[in-house]
Ligand binder design. Structure first.
Ligand code: ATP
Length: 352
């Protein structure tokens, strides 16, 4: 195992930032920590790096115990063989690209081999000939790539990345994300990446750890998280969705979008229902089995059409729908809605 973190609680004064958190990262695995601002992602990363002291629990890196407050063990960050790349990747401004990347090389590393790797990696990223340039002469994306290679040059046993692409624009972010994934896989470097972007987590990670309010909500493969979300919060992470609450009656929940199986939630209990926008089908022809609505707005987005709709049976409620087809419709048009197969996620209403 590359990382094993067991039963970690963490407080800043009175405030609890992490609640009974345990995670495992196996060799070569890329794990994304996904969750809203303030849920404890950065704290978790800093604990692994040793920048924050563990207050309880245990941390193993490469199967060695490196932090355990009860046994008074706390290995310093520089003794943990961990690479780090943060949002503000802060290259040394007075050093060339070469000097920046070579900065962290360890004495026992073979300089010629590492230089070969650095040059090859720069080539693969389309950055041939930039070795003697200074950071201020590089674009943001180029600086990001240099920061990545600087973090990987010492051959860390694990790489920690904290929102590494958030300063880049969308197009560049996608490209640098792909390159980062390529380098991590090529070098067999396990990694933990913090992100609040569910699609980014899906793209890069073998396993996603979803966090909320300091705790882990779900820890599973991207497909599992997408197809079998543990609760309404996870179900609603991936793109726009519609959320309802209803009491369960006769093993069904009754929502303005239709009646769905209660999915194990007991009768008389309150349920939360999530229907993703992509699972709502908008029909132009009237059908008495379907739900009548009026188009509030419609946006053609290339291969998708995005709708906001007002339900006739609940006019105060705005529904979001996304259709794969290209659709011509104008504001005020009457349409009819149905929900794809068993696409409604039903959960017991979370108690506060
Ligand atoms: P973001 O996505 O905004 O970076 P995060 O999920 O990384 O958020 P953390 O930075 O780990 O969250 O913070 C978790 C909680 O702990 C937050 O409520 C934050 O305000 C608090 N916190 C973090 N660092 C400190 C600190 N040094 N002192 C006091 N409270 C802190």
């Amino acid at each position: 195992m590359s990382i094993v973190l067991r039963k970690v609680n963490h407080f800043y004064g009175e405030q609890q930032a992490l609640k009974d958190v345990s995670i495992e990262v196996s060799d070569n695995q890329i794990v994304a920590l996904l969750g809203p601002s303030g849920c404890g992602k950065t704290t978790l990363l800093r604990l692994i790096a040793g920048l924050e002291r563990l207050q309880s629990g245990e941390l193993y890196l490469q199967d060695s115990l490196v932090a355990a407050p009860q046994q008074a063990i706390h290995l310093a960050p520089e003794q943990r063989a961990i690479g780090m790349m943060f949002q503000d990747y802060a290259l040394f401004p007075h050093m060339s690209v070469r000097k920046n990347i070579e900065y962290g090389l360890r004495k026992q590393q073979d300089l010629a081999t590492r230089r070969g790797w650095i040059e090859e990696s720069l080539d693969n990223m389309g950055m041939q000939g930039l070795l003697e340039r200074f950071p201020h002469t590089l674009s943001g994306g180029q600086q990001q790539r240099v920061a990545l290679l600087r973090a990987l040059a010492p051959e860390p046993s694990t790489l920690l990345l904290d929102e590494p692409f958030s300063a880049l624009d969308e197009h560049l972010r996608q490209q640098v994300r792909e390159e980062t994934l390529d380098v991590l896989k090529k070098t067999n470097t396990p990694a933990v990446m913090v992100t609040h972007d569910p699609l980014e987590a899906m793209f890069i990670a073998d396993k996603i750890v979803v966090m909320e309010k300091g705790g882990i909500v779900q820890n599973a493969s991207p497909q599992e998280i997408y197809n079998n979300p543990k609760n309404a919060f996870v179900a609603a992470l991936f793109g726009p969705s519609n959320r309802f609450e209803a009491d369960v009656e006769d093993n069904k929940v009754h929502t303005p979008l239709g009646h769905f199986p209660a999915n194990g939630v007991d009768n008389q209990q309150r349920a939360e229902i999530i229907v993703r926008a992509k699972d709502i089908v908008v029909h132009q022809l009237e059908n008495s089995d379907q739900i009548e609505a009026t188009v509030i707005s419609v946006h053609a987005m290339g291969n998708e059409t995005h709708f906001r709709l007002q339900l006739s049976n609940m006019p105060e409620r705005v529904i979001h729908a996304r259709m794969r087809d290209h659709w011509q419709a104008s504001t005020g048009t009457k349409v009819w809605l149905s929900v794809n197969g068993d696409a409604a996620f039903v959960f017991p209403k979370a108690s506060l």
